[in-house]
Design a protein around this ligand. Structure first.
Ligand SMILES: NC(=O)C1=CN([C@@H]2O[C@H](COP(=O)(O)OP(=O)(O)OC[C@H]3O[C@@H](n4cnc5c(N)ncnc54)[C@H](O)[C@@H]3O)[C@@H](O)[C@H]2O)C=CC1
Ligand SMILES: O=C(CO)COP(=O)(O)O
Length: 653
């Protein structure tokens, strides 16, 4: 390799970085893990023969004497007893001479599952306490062994008489040989050697040795090593921070996507050597163009999440492929109707081994049956997909008000990593091994929230609201368990169940738009008597009230109703069925609290066969029915409330 200035070598080449990040095993020369020489020099000083031994050490280091001969001569001079070694270890305990940052580096490597070895031309007898202190098992220590003269009477070792020359570390080229032995018994793809001497550098100069040598100047700088090392470091923190970190991509940029990206960005930017995540969070912005520039310049998304900073490390892009390129962790948070299209665009573009999590609430219905959003991600991209669900109104999370969420998972490792990614002091995350239950709860509660919005639009009170919520929870549970018997009862008591249901019924967009829609429908019916009611459409109100944000409940109601209809289950889900008939204009809103009647009502055939798009105003064919039913509330809220109170006798059936 051509000689480069040291400045250049302290910045790793892409090759070196890639090897370091993919290392399965890292071998350290012991000398660069401690500040005072591991072996014989210090022991020699302890035994009073420092200068003579140091001279022999240098001869071995600069290559003017063979390692074996230098070791033999040094041991002869030192001539210690086992007792001397015990006293020596007591005088120089490992913790008193660890190199700065080495413990953190080894811990970070081990945490990633990297096997750490010590390889040394020193002696096991002196090194094992250091290995133990660094958490390295004995069988990962490669070093020389002393030979002792044994006392015939006591059976105890008494005098040092030499060393075991069969150990690879007893001779030149010993380090690559030790690595070759390690590789013989372990299927490592990538092994890195870190050291400060010429004998360490040999690890990459011989076939079967290491794939990368990193020179260490943390304790001592040797010119010959500096000149030859592909990467040279003076601070182990550089190696910790260069360790591969999980890159995160946010697929979506609406209100919840922004609040979630903000939390993630707070976690990824922590200045902590154990931080597993790359600081930057890439965020895909569907609109692209100017909004991307504004987000990157101001760190705010004025269109969907105004007034709250996302953090400088959220990096927006209009290119979906660019957003996910290199991402190890994909967070899906787009309105549910778009996720399949997004996944189709992503096919073949996602990093192998990436893991996903879906924050989206909704489902897709095909002739074959329902498909959850996480299932779409898994099927189209071939990657694991957890879900994060809970009562999480985006703006409240953005204001850092206490919120709870569960991660529903099938792969525990991925779920734990995602928990680290999301967990904040104000955002409490727990793991739940019921991913389907969690995701379906998040999806179905949007229908119930429409019902609660209707109750508000009718100016009914908390009792009626509670009754709708209770019946809604019951139908949520029955529907989940009818489709997926593995869904647990307990899931409905979690924050993804009753928690999300309550939050959305109090403060969600579905509730809000449903209230406005109901008021408009009631007013229209009052004004038009028995003629066709012409309240405002869902699409109109969605656009006006949500300003680009998307309503999920109306689509979900239609999707769920398709399942109920095709399976003949409508009578078992009277609230879901009534809400669906109301939003499609087939029944008047006040029947939301008289859902038993609503589910029994005769609906014209054309309405029953309706497909699932966003509903429009009531068709003329059903307007008569609407007019008759609505007659009771044409007088206004008081009449509506009266009607509801008498109807509430049916609740709970
Ligand atoms: N907002 C909230 O408080 C919460 C929302 N959720 C769920 O998160 C999911 C995403 O919601 P938000 O982030 O709030 O989004 P949003 O409703 O605030 O914004 C709509 C998003 O859809 C994008 N979009 C519009 N047309 C598109 C298209 N053709 N293809 C792809 N994207 C398009 C817009 O750019 C925008 O980012 C939904 O399923 C929602 O139920 C879950 C918890 C809380
Ligand atoms: O899912 C939500 C809160 O957890 C938000 O619901 P909305 O879409 O009704 O606002």
């Amino acid at each position: 390799m051509p000689s480069l200035p040291v400045e250049a070598r302290t910045v790793p080449s892409e090759r070196a970085l890639a090897i370091w990040r993919s290392a399965d095993a890292v071998c350290f020369d012991v000398d660069c893990t401690i500040t005072v020489n591991d072996g014989l020099d210090l022991l020699a000083e302890f035994m009073g023969v420092k200068d003579e031994v140091e001279e022999l050490t240098n001869k071995a280091m600069d290559g003017t004497m063979s390692l074996t001969r230098s070791l033999e001569e040094r041991l002869n001079l030192i001539n210690c007893s086992p007792d001397d070694i015990r006293r020596f270890i007591k005088a120089y305990p490992p913790q008193s001479r660890l190199a700065p940052g080495i413990k953190e580096l080894i811990k970070a490597l081990q945490k990633r599952g990297v096997a750490v070895y010590l390889i040394s031309g020193g002696f096991r007898e002196l090194l094992l306490p250091i290995a133990a202190y660094l958490g390295i098992p004995k069988d990962r220590v490669f070093a020389n062994r002393m030979h002792w003269q044994w006392d015939d009477e006591t059976g105890m070792p008494t005098k040092l008489v030499g060393f075991d020359i069969s150990e690879p570390t007893a001779r030149n080229q010993g380090k690559p040989e030790a690595i070759a032995r390690i590789r013989e018994t372990n299927p490592y793809n990538t092994v890195v050697m870190i050291g400060d001497g010429i004998t360490d550098l040999e690890a990459v100069q011989t076939s079967g040795g290491a794939d990368l040598f990193i020179g260490s100047g943390v304790v001592v700088e040797r010119e010959a090593v500096v000149a030859e090392a592909e990467w040279y470091v003076y601070d182990y923190r550089q190696l910790v921070s260069a360790l591969s970190r999980y890159k995160v991509a946010m697929v979506g940029s609406g209100a919840w996507a922004c609040a979630a990206a903000r939390m993630i960005a707070q976690n990824t930017s922590q200045d902590d050597p154990e931080d597993e995540f790359d600081d930057n969070v890439s965020m895909w912005v569907h609109q692209g163009g100017e909004l991307v520039d504004v987000i990157n310049a101001t760190h705010e998304n004025p269109a969907y999440f105004p007034g709250i900073s996302l953090g400088p490390n959220v990096v927006a892009t209009g290119s979906l492929a660019e957003a996910v390129a290199d991402a190890d962790l994909l967070v899906f948070c787009a309105p549910h109707q778009y996720v399949r299209g997004i996944c189709k665009q992503l096919m073949g573009k996602v990093k192998p081994g990436a893991a996903a999590i879906s924050l989206t609430k909704g489902m897709r219905v095909t002739p074959e049956g329902p498909e959850l959003i996480s299932q779409i991600v898994r099927r189209t991209l071939g990657i694991d997909c957890s879900v994060l669900m809970g009562g999480n109104i985006a703006e409240d999370v953005g204001r850092e008000q206490l919120s709870e969420a569960v991660i529903g998972y099938s792969n525990l490792d991925n779920a734990q990593r995602f928990k680290k990614l999301f967990q904040r002091p104000y955002f409490r995350v727990t793991l739940l091994p019921d991913p389907i239950g969690a995701e379906l709860c998040g999806t179905l509660k949007n229908i119930v929230a429409l019902g609660v919005g209707m109750v508000d639009g009718l100016d009914l009170g908390p009792n009626s609201k509670a009754a709708v919520i209770r019946q809604g929870l019951l139908e949520m549970r029955d529907f989940c368990q009818a489709l997926y018997p593995s869904v647990r009862d307990d899931t409905f008591l979690e924050c993804c169940g009753v928690g999300d249901l309550v939050a959305t019924c109090i403060g969600g967009r579905n509730r809000r738009v449903a209230e406005a829609w109901t008021r408009s429908a009631v007013e229209a019916a009052a004004a038009e008597g028995n003629g066709p009611a012409s309240g405002r459409s869902w699409a109109e109100l969605e656009a006006e009230l949500l300003k680009g944000q998307k309503l999920q409940g109306v689509l979900t109601s239609n999707e769920v109703q398709q399942i109920l209809r095709t399976r003949g289950w409508e009578a078992h889900y009277p609230l879901f069925t009534t809400i669906n008939r109301i939003i499609n204009g087939h029944l008047p809103p006040h029947l939301v609290v008289d859902y038993i009647e609503g589910a029994k009502a005769e609906i014209p055939d054309e309405a029953e066969e309706d497909p699932v798009p966003l509903p429009r105003r009531p068709a003329a064919a059903v307007a008569r029915l609407f007019g008759q039913l609505v007659g009771g509330i044409a007088g206004g809220a008081a009449a509506g409330a009266g009607n509801a109170v008498s109807s509430s006798a049916n609740l709970g059936n």
